[in-house]
Write a protein that binds this ligand. Structure first.
Ligand SMILES: Cc1cc2nc3c(=O)[nH]c(=O)nc-3n(C[C@H](O)[C@H](O)[C@H](O)COP(=O)(O)O)c2cc1C
Ligand code: SF4
Ligand code: FES
Length: 609
């Protein structure tokens, strides 16, 4: 019999507690500066998993990470400098500066995602440096920031400029507007209002998100804690908690899981795994069990989670609490992408209110901040990131339901999956499952952007076709644009021609055509666009965001970018790359990267011959 003496992590932790920092030593001033930001040393030392949070504190305060601060942080946390450095350099939002070079006064990020590129975002990026004429600013391109319905988007510090023009960006810079505006908490809104099939198309347009008459508010009023409770919020979570303490506890669990199964609720982060089944699997694992909530929303074209979160945060939190109660979860970690500064402020405020007046016993809840890495949306990479490490996906098995966060069984869910839990349990499974069209079941929140008249989040029946979605929910195509192609599932889901616009959009329906719906990020192209440009944009994104762990993905995506820039594609070499990326990549990024290329080869060959 083999006896396991220690895991690599536990040995590292042991060494960490006793070892001394090698190489460069910290100076007293830097130690004091870092300690002032991350707080005094707790009795049992700083938590290793909070490394990224600590890096954020320093990066926010100094607008960069200086080596002397990294050395001080390593010393305080008792980590090897290499460990701090490898994490700091992994995330795009940490700006490491050597020596005493000045940090930029402000960073302006211009989105280079496809929907922004269609709206001349690239031109904005090129023109801004000369127009601003300042050397103390840093103007860089950034992948999709999750506001594609407001394209093109620039972000001045933390202030998003919707439908950005040079004038608007310059005005924000001159007004020193670099913080996300605070939202009012007196809104009354929830997504299910949009689900009524009786609502006529015109009314539906008026109530769609964002409302076409509202020119891109970036801080809509949201339903705060008091309003949410007044409107009946948390009564369900309280009732589930009470039942679980009583003699009928097992019956309540069985009923809840059965309702979830009957509703056909599937994971809405992209993979579409049945929610009820996932809860059962994790519930069967030995405790303590943990939950990780995925609000990384990095898939280009996706903005549904932000849209709901910035209007109705407690519906999601109630879903999270119910999931925690039914599955027996001890701690919940909410991982929010760094770009969503407004949502972070809302969650901080509303979590504090929830804790101040809990409707039922609460699990331990932590809000974690991403740092600009798409790959951290992949569930195991997200877990690594919550543990304070580089966001590198893990090999499976073991699956995270068995061995996940901190080695514990973990229930991981997309924000929106949890958002629907309360409505499904209160209104009944059929309310959700009966909503589908063309033989499909459920509701889907399509993030629609590109060449349509009214882009936004469209809560529509699963199985709706693109033609129906554009006609009934988006007010048609933009003036002067005719449908040419569309991306049904962001960067990874492929590119389809207009001839496939009558295929039902749902999990499982697009695979036969070489794509998938993923997070339902629909980007619409017209006769003025080329599918090859869209595919190149996606491959550049993958090359930028590959975590670099596996060679086929790291090298293959970069090589494909080169090949796809040639007027005539070398199809044989591209297909070689496709095969090796698909077969030998650890995670979905590398496995799905060939999709846009193959779709161009299959459906738009005339563009690359
Ligand atoms: C490269 C990659 C990126 C992903 N990004 C996200 C993301 O931003 N948000 C999300 O919820 N799921 C994302 N996923 C899916 C997650 O791995 C996981 O399936 C999901 O969070 C599970 O929750 P669900 O069952 O509620 O969908 C991504 C997957 C891959 C392969
Ligand atoms: S496929 Fe790409 S992103 Fe995924 S683990 Fe490998 S290198 Fe990282
Ligand atoms: S916000 Fe620019 S493409 Fe999504």
């Amino acid at each position: 019999m083999t006896t396991i003496l220690a895991t690599a992590d536990s040995m590292r932790e042991q060494i960490r507690r006793s070892s001394k920092l090698k190489g460069r030593q910290p100076d007293a001033a830097s130690l004091a500066e870092v300690e002032a930001l991350i707080g005094a040393r707790p009795p049992d030392g700083y938590r290793r998993d909070l490394l990224i949070e600590h890096l954020h504190c320093i990066n926010d305060a100094y607008r960069c990470l200086r080596e002397r601060h990294l050395v001080a942080l390593a010393k305080l946390m008792n980590l090897a400098m290499a460990e701090v450095y490898e994490v700091a350099t992994f995330y795009h939002h940490f700006d490491i500066i050597r020596g005493d070079r000045e940090a930029p006064v402000l960073t302006i990020r211009v989105c280079s995602g496809l929907s922004c590129a269609l709206a001349q975002g690239d031109e904005l990026l090129q023109r801004l440096p000369a127009l601003l004429g300042r050397t103390d600013l840093r103007i860089i391109s950034t992948p999709c920031v999750g506001r594609c319905e407001q394209a093109p988007v620039a972000v001045v510090g933390q202030f998003p400029v919707a439908k950005a023009t040079p004038d608007r960006v310059i005005a924000a810079v001159q007004a020193n507007q670099s913080r996300h505006p605070t939202a009012a908490d007196d809104g009354h809104w929830h997504a299910a209002q949009l689900s009524d099939p009786q609502v006529a198309a015109a009314t539906r347009l008026e109530t769609s998100l964002p409302n076409p008459s509202d020119t891109g508010s970036i801080s809509p009023a949201y339903t705060g804690y008091a309003s949410y409770r007044t409107l009946g919020g948390y009564a369900l979570a309280a009732s589930v908690a009470a039942s679980l303490l009583g003699p009928d506890s097992e019956t309540r669990v069985i009923q809840t899981l059965q309702t979830l199964d009957d509703s056909a609720l599937r994971g809405l982060g992209g993979a579409g795994f049945q929610a009820g089944r996932k809860w059962r699997i994790v519930r069967e694992q030995p405790g303590p069990r943990l939950m990780a909530v995925n609000i990384d929303e990095g898939e280009p074209g996706t903005f549904k989670d932000r849209t709901y979160l910035e209007r109705d945060p407690h519906r999601f939190l109630e879903g999270m609490l119910i999931a925690a109660q039914i599955v027996g979860i001890e701690s919940c970690y909410i991982y929010l992408r760094d770009e969503y500064h407004g949502c972070r402020a809302i969650l901080e405020t509303e979590l504090a209110r929830l804790h101040a007046d809990p409707p039922c016993p609460l699990p331990h809840i932590e809000l974690r901040r991403g740092a600009g890495a798409y790959i951290c949306g992949e569930e195991s990479a997200m877990i690594e990131s919550i543990e304070g490490k580089r966001g590198e996906p893990r090999m499976r098995p073991p699956y995270i339901a068995q061995v996940g966060l901190f080695g514990r069984p973990t229930l991981e869910h997309n924000f929106e999956t949890l958002y629907w839990v309360r409505d499904i349990l209160e209104r009944g499974a059929a309310w959700f499952s009966d909503a589908g069209r063309h033989g499909r079941r459920g509701l889907r929140s399509f993030s629609v952007s590109g060449r349509v008249r009214h882009p936004g989040v469209k809560l529509a029946p699963a199985g709706i076709t693109l033609n129906e979605l554009i006609g009934e929910y988006c007010g048609g195509m933009l003036e002067g644009h005719i449908l040419y192609a569309y991306l049904p599932g962001g960067a990874s889901g492929g590119i389809f021609p207009a001839t496939l616009a009558d295929v039902p959009l749902d999990f499982d329906t697009l695979q036969p055509h070489g794509g998938f719906i993923g997070s339902a990020a629909v980007i619409v192209l017209s006769q003025h666009d080329r599918a090859r440009d869209a595919a190149l944009n996606m491959m550049q994104f993958f090359a930028h965001e590959s975590c670099g762990q596996c060679t086929p993905c790291r090298v293959g995506t970069a090589k494909a970018v080169q090949l796809m820039q040639a007027p005539i594609w070398d199809l044989e070499t591209l297909e070689d790359l496709n095969t090796v990326m698909e077969d030998a990549s650890i995670c979905g990024l590398g496995q799905a990267a060939p999709n846009p290329v193959r779709c161009v080869q299959n459906y738009f060959a005339h563009e690359v011959r």
